[in-house]
Structure formats: C-alpha cells, structure tokens
Design a protein around this ligand. Structure first.
Ligand SMILES: Nc1ncnc2c1ncn2[C@@H]1O[C@H](COP(=O)(O)OP(=O)(O)O)[C@@H](O)[C@H]1O
Ligand SMILES: [Mg+2]
Length: 259
C-alpha cells in the first residue's frame, strides 16, 4: 500500500533564496496527485523536498514539515538515504546507470539496499518491472546489453522499472513523459494508473491533458513575479480543477489564457 504525505508550512531555500513559500498540502495514499503551474514556480523544488533530494544541492534547506504517514521526514533522527528508499524518484531526463546492463539497471536499487535475492527471484523481478514499464517485449532478448544503448523513451521506461523494482511507498515523477513519443507516453500513463494501486504517486507535468487524464488531485503552483517565491495557489480534485476551478489564476492557467 502507498502512504500519505502531509506537507505543513514548508519553506524551501537555495542558500538565502526562498524558492517556494509556505506550502500546505495533503497528498492522499494510492492516488495520483499532479503538480502543474508556470515554469519556475517551484514544482520540481517541492517534489525534490518530498524525498530529501533537495538538500543534496549545497546550501539548500527547508523549514517546516513533510510527514510520510505521520512521520516527519525532516526530523533529526531520520536518515535521508532511508527516506529515498521509501520514496522513489523518476527524473525528467532518463538516467540509466551507464556501466550497467538493462537487467542490472532494473536491479540496481535492490542491490543498493543490500537485499539478498536469488537468481530466479531476480529474473522474476526484472520481468515484472519491465512488463510494468511496458518495456519487456522490446528488451527481453537483450537484457545483458547496456541500458544506455536504448532509445530515450526506452531509457525512461527502464528508469521507471528501476524505481518500482524496490517497491517504494511513494513514486515521485518530474515530467517523466517529456522525452517520450505519444505511444510511450500513453504506455507510461497506463502504468501510472496501474501503479497507484500499490503506491502513492506525485507527478509534475506541463501537459494539461495528461494531468486531466491521470490525476485524482491537482495542485496548481504559481509565482507572483519573477524573483518572488513560488507558492501553492490552488489544490483540488482534478475534475474541479479542469471543469470548474474556484480560483481565478488557476482558471486562466488551465484554459490556456495565462501570462
Ligand atoms: N539548483 C538551484 N539553485 C538555485 N536556484 C534554483 C535551483 N533550482 C531551481 N532554482 C530556483 O527555484 C525556483 C523554482 O524552480 P523549479 O523548482 O525548477 O521550478 P519548476 O519546476 O516549477 O519550473 C526558480 O526560481 C529557480 O530558479
Ligand atoms: Mg521543473
């Protein structure tokens, strides 16, 4: 089962620069929540704060709370490496490990976690994850070839397979389809629909149709002006966001009359 995330008074900084201000957001378990909004409003920054990837950047820090099923991920005794085990991330640009085969890429997270796994369990897991990522038929005869030898769309599906192979509670995706062709995009959208039975999913997307198709809830982030911090302007169920938003800025944005 996926876990819920509650964000309370989250301020996110790069050094002295307050990039995103006072986010309060409740992300339901086993649902898809989409982040939308204009470029630079902080969608990726908020996403990276949900698995403590943000603080990898020197000087980057947050104030406030991110609760995963009630547990504050920013509490002093929490190990960020363990957080990233429970909360997986798929990035905008596919990033398979360059020295690894397709098979080893899928198993990379499992190996990192030092989980013992038999050869036949590993084979089953590789097939399950690659089928789930709609990549199995394309690669089943060349699992020992390098992951970086695949096309961009195939590489992204490999990264999704790698992320789900560790069975995280939450899957974060930052514009995962922006490098994919329409067929691969639909395959990934079907996959997301299927995965939400097992995981909580948060996806950043620039594609309104995609948000409308796959998200249960949609968070609209906005920016008062360039150089100002981004903020969460409006959060609601996706049907309301796209059909009857109760927020003027969101209405302008989803109807394409923004800026
Ligand atoms: N590594 C970084 N260092 C400093 N500022 C950053 C960094 N990444 C993003 N920012 C700033 O944080 C703000 C939010 O950016 P980002 O989260 O990338 O927005 P979005 O994903 O909505 O386009 C922007 O002002 C951006 O310039
Ligand atoms: Mg971004």
């Amino acid at each position: 089962m996926g876990q819920r995330i509650d964000v309370n008074h989250l301020n996110i900084y790069y050094g002295d620069f307050l990039a995103v201000e006072d986010v309060n957001l409740n992300i339901e378990a086993n649902k898809v929540t989409a982040f939308i909004g204009p470029s630079g409003c902080g969608k990726s920054t908020v996403l990276r704060s949900l698995d403590r990837m943000h603080e990898i950047i020197p000087g980057a820090h947050v104030t406030g709370e991110v609760l995963l099923e009630g547990r504050n991920l920013y509490a002093k005794d929490v190990d960020p490496v363990e957080v990233r085990r429970d909360v997986g991330m798929v990035f905008q640009r596919p990033n398979p490990f360059p020295t690894m085969s397709i098979r080893e890429n899928v198993l990379a997270g499992v190996r990192l976690n030092n989980r013992r796994i038999s050869k036949s369990d590993a084979d089953d897991l590789v097939e399950w994850a690659l089928r789930g990522a709609n990549l199995w038929n394309e690669v089943k005869d060349r699992l020992d070839n390098p992951g970086v030898g695949l096309s961009g769309g195939q590489q992204q599906r490999l990264c999704i397979a790698r992320a789900v192979a560790v069975h995280p509670q939450v899957l974060l995706m930052d514009e995962p389809c922006s490098a994919l062709d329409p067929i691969s995009t639909l395959a990934v959208e079907d996959l997301i629909e299927e995965l939400k039975g097992d995981y909580t999913i948060v996806i950043v997307t620039h594609n309104m149709q995609q948000a409308a198709r796959i998200a249960d809830y949609t968070a609209f982030f906005n920016l008062k002006a360039v150089g100002q911090p981004g903020h969460l302007e409006y959060f609601t169920d996706t049907v309301t966001m796209f059909n009857n938003p109760q927020n003027a800025e969101a209405e302008r944005y989803v109807s394409g009359r923004f800026g």
